[in-house]
Structure formats: C-alpha cells, structure tokens
Write a protein that binds this ligand. Sequence first.
Ligand SMILES: NC(=O)c1ccc[n+]([C@@H]2O[C@H](COP(=O)([O-])OP(=O)(O)OC[C@H]3O[C@@H](n4cnc5c(N)ncnc54)[C@H](OP(=O)(O)O)[C@@H]3O)[C@@H](O)[C@H]2O)c1
Length: 386
Amino acid sequence: MRRLTVLGATGSIGVSTLDVVARHPDRFEIVALSGHRQIDRLAEQCIAFAPRIAVVADADAAVVLRERLAGLVPTEVMHGVEALEMVAALPEVDTVMAAIVGAAGLRPALAAARAGKRILLANKESLVMSGDLFMREVSAHGATLLPIDSEHNAVFQCMPAKGREGVRRILLTASGGPFRRTPIADLANVTPEQACAHPNWDMGRKISVDSATMMNKGLEVIEARWLFDTPADRIDVVIHPQSIVHSMVEYVDGSVLAQMGNPDMRTPIAHALAWPERIESGVGVLDLAAAADLVFERPDLDRFPCLKLAFDALRAGAGTPAVLNAANEVAVAAFLEHRLGFRAIADVIAATLDTLPDQPSSTLDEVFAADAAAREVARRQIGARA
Ligand SMILES: NC(=O)c1ccc[n+]([C@@H]2O[C@H](COP(=O)([O-])OP(=O)(O)OC[C@H]3O[C@@H](n4cnc5c(N)ncnc54)[C@H](OP(=O)(O)O)[C@@H]3O)[C@@H](O)[C@H]2O)c1
C-alpha cells in the first residue's frame, strides 16, 4: 500500500491524480491533501478520501473547511507553508505528488526531498528555480524523483535504465499551443480566454498561457537539464501539434525511442504512481489509425521568443532561470488579469533578465532573493507600460 500526500489536490493535476487513486483503493491511501482557494472542491475530496490532514492557504479558509467537514470526516485542517512542508515530510507518507503551481511549490517539494520521499514532480518551477540545489537534496536524502510532466515522463520511459551512455539527444515535443498558425501581427490582441483554450490538453490557467507562449517548453528544457543531467545543447524542441508522441530520446546508433499515448495526464500520473509496475489509468486506447498524420516541425523563435529566453537563461546558469521563472509568473498573472498584452509577456521577461544578470543561487535564501527581485522588476516593467 502506498501512502500519499497530494499537494495541489484541487488543481488539474491533483484532480487527475485522485481519479487514478480512486481506481486502485487496494494500492493507494491518501494521508494528506492540500488546496489553496478552492475550498468547496477540497471539502468534496476530503469527504471522498478521508485524509488525516488537509492544508489550505490561511486561517480563514481553514475555518470554512472545518465547518464543511464537521460531523462528516475527522480530517485535521491546517494552513500555511509550514503545514505544506509538514505534510510533505510526514513519516507515514512514502509518496508525495508535488502539484502546486509556480514558485509556491518549491518549499514543500524540497521538504519532501529532504524527507527522502518518492516525489512525483509536476511542479516544474521547483527545478527551474533551484535545479542544482534541488537535485543535491534529492541525492543527499535518498529521495526518488519521478517526472509527471508528460514530456519528461516520456523521456524517463525512453532512457536506459542505468546511466546515459549512448544517449545523444533529448527531443522534447511541443504542441505549439493555440497560436501556432495565428499571424504574428495578431498575437498582440489575443485574450486570456483564447490563450487558455489549448487544442489538446485541459490544464490550469498559468500553464495554459505558458503553453501558448511556449515558455512552458522553455521551463521544460530547464527541467530536463536537471532531471536527466543533460546540457542545453543536447536538448531540442520539436513542434508536434497532435500531442501523441510525448517526447523522444535519440541514441548514438541512430535509434530514436518515442513514448506515445493519448494526451491525458492520467497516463504519466499512473506511471509514476505505480512505477516500476503498470496500472490501469482510465485513459482510452490510442487509435493510431484515427490519429492519422503525425506532424513534426521546428519551432519558430520569432513567434515564440519565450523559448529562446529560456534557453538563454539555462546557458547563463546560476540564478538566471529563477529570474526568468518569477518574471514569467508575474507577467502571466498580469496577462490573465487583462493588465498586459500577450506579446508583452516576453518583453517584460526579457527586460527583467537584462536588469538582473548574474544572480547567485547556491542557497535557498539566494534563490528566493532572486525570485523576489525579479518579481519587483517585472511589476515595475508592467506598471511602466500601463
Ligand atoms: N495541468 C497539466 O496538464 C500539467 C502538465 C504538466 C505539468 N503541470 C505542472 O503541474 C503544476 C500544477 O499545474 P495545474 O495545471 O494542476 O495547476 P492548477 O490547476 O492551477 O492547480 C494548482 C494547484 O496549486 C494550488 N495553489 C495555487 N497557488 C498556491 C499557493 N500559493 N500555495 C499553495 N497552493 C497553491 C491550487 O489550489 P486552489 O486551486 O485550491 O487555489 C491548486 O491545487 C504546475 O507546476 C504545472 O506546470 C501541469
């Protein structure tokens, strides 16, 4: 029996995780769940899974959740970042799904690493912000890191079981998002609703915008660098609009191994939950004949400047990816609130990176200092454009 904490249970990945867990009550037990603002959804999940602990954003949200659960389940309700860190490190928990969105996910994911847990990592921002530090903690404490991003999960499945010998390149596929064919001149006027309407994947709003700008792929390149200990010049991005091939590994003998499947996050989630075994995920059978043509294209960096910014940040190293990540979070939030145009997201990130080169990132304090400085600069940039 695997005993789980699900961080970010109320989000897109969290809901898919609980869907897979509910199919296997003999294999998985939920010990703790966390949400942030969606208290109704978290209450329903607590009633369905009866976790020992539930964590919410603040004391007010905790009062509301306690009222909802009174007399129904004996779940203890806690709040705040320390509570998230605590449930990520509970002795009776062996597996932690890290599915909080953004920089807020770093501290709890790191707590799981330091407690030596099996970490199912959806929160790519943890590795973007502090890849070197995070991987050192994983290794020092004997934690196991299993990727949930469909691309990295695919790469994980295509990599040799041990070592990297014979591997030439990692090929990350990208759908190209909803604006792959939109004239570049029209991109300035796209709305958050259009950006969040992803052609293949149903995801949270922040990652949906990241997919539309292709910053998501940029963050994934940085994530792949750390997960698979592979330098930037051996990671390539290929546009594949059908999202059937989830990523590939190229070997020196010319073999290219691909992992395929329907675009449904329950496949990588089930893979990581059961690894090294395989379990039913609820995902339908892939009908390759119906999928018809599988298309592959090179990304256009004029259309997707965020992808180039991410590669540049990875090559610059140290705290620069943390600056990129924070500026992106601030710019995407402003776009979602109609305070910034779609094309301006990349401009704000570029200006923030120019203002803050060479930020140190050897300690968590330095990472958060780079993050805070970048948020401040990005906010000023957005204010100056208003
Ligand atoms: N969705 C996908 O298909 C997908 C695929 C690959 C990777 N990922 C990655 O997985 C992570 C989650 O993505 P998602 O699409 O599931 O996002 P989402 O639907 O927006 O869910 C985010 C979760 O984090 C919680 N949360 C938000 N802000 C928080 C904060 N400050 N402190 C604590 N918890 C907070 C949310 O709680 P409330 O909703 O209750 O406010 C929710 O449970 C992201 O890092 C994303 O890049 C997602």
